[in-house]
Design a protein around this ligand. Structure first.
Ligand code: M5T
Ligand code: MG
Length: 242
């Protein structure tokens, strides 16, 4: 049976190898299919560390991360990757072409699939303006495209793979406010019943999320909708005002 993509953290505590104290302390939450879960918190709060546990870039020392009730620790990285699409905070492009970078997660994708992903990721125009379009060369690390273009290509790559769980780690920060808004609207139309988890610096990007988790120094100190948190969470209010 195809995965649904229900993500669950159960009392997860995690520290980097050799570090004195954990960066995540007893974190529990559920991210549901068809819904958007946003994660906010100040720099160094542990947002990237949290999201990176889902595709098993690291494993927690205590507690469990589960997808559809199955501990990810019982799955290989390849098995998790077939369900989870991570757009990392430092998006990475490989030496090749735009097309080969977009097909990274799904070699069978057609050119139409790539253009559709680019449309959603707000990358269609700049790729059309490239001399060779989808076949335009990308240098190692994507140094021949701008930071915002790199971000959009990496978002498009995740869309091409059509995962059950989308993880966007600060993926919209290099975009101007109106591009950000267009992208998230288009994203909402295509992610459908997938699980979407968005780490955001810019709170305006996630005010419409179904659930917002406020992370402070490795602990979830608040959860709710934007309206609920503005009403009753001081840490969230500070983030909104900053
Ligand atoms: C949380 C440390 C980091 C910080 C804490 C990724 C990473 C982080 N850390 C490491 O020691 N090794 C690592 O590989 O963990 O960091 P984070 O999870 O990156 O925080 P964030 O994503 O909330 O911050 P930001 O700046 O992206 O908003 O003490 O040194
Ligand atoms: Mg981060």
């Amino acid at each position: 049976t195809p995965a649904v993509g229900l993500v669950e953290f159960r009392n997860v505590t995690f520290g980097y190898p050799g570090a004195e104290r954990p960066v995540l302390d007893n974190v529990s939450f559920t991210a549901e299919p068809g819904k958007t879960t946003a994660i906010v918190g100040s720099t160094g709060a542990g947002k990237t560390s949290l999201i990176n546990l889902i595709p098993r870039l690291y494993d927690p020392q205590q507690g469990e991360v589960l997808i559809d009730g199955v501990p990810v620790s019982s799955l290989t990285r390849a098995q998790v990757s077939s369900v989870v699409g991570l757009v990392s905070q430092k998006p990475y492009l490989f030496s090749g072409t735009i097309a080969s970078n977009l097909r990274f997660g799904r070699a069978s994708a057609t050119d139409d699939d790539l253009w559709e992903a680019l449309r959603v990721a707000q990358g269609e125009d700049f790729v059309r303006n490239k001399a060779k379009g989808l076949d335009d060369p990308i240098s190692q690390g994507g140094t021949n495209v701008s930071g915002g273009q790199r971000q959009r290509l990496c978002i498009a790559r995740a869309l091409v793979a059509k995962p059950r769980v989308y993880l966007f780690d600060d993926s919209f920060s290099a975009l101007d406010v109106s591009t950000d808004a267009r992208l998230r609207e288009a994203l909402g139309e295509v992610t459908g019943d997938a699980t979407v988890i968005i780490v955001a610096q810019r709170v305006s990007s996630i005010t419409d999320a179904d659930q917002i988790l406020v992370v402070d120094d490795g602990v979830i100190v608040g959860r709710g909708t934007h309206e609920e948190l503005v009403e009753r969470n001081e840490t969230y209010r500070q983030i909104v005002e900053s």
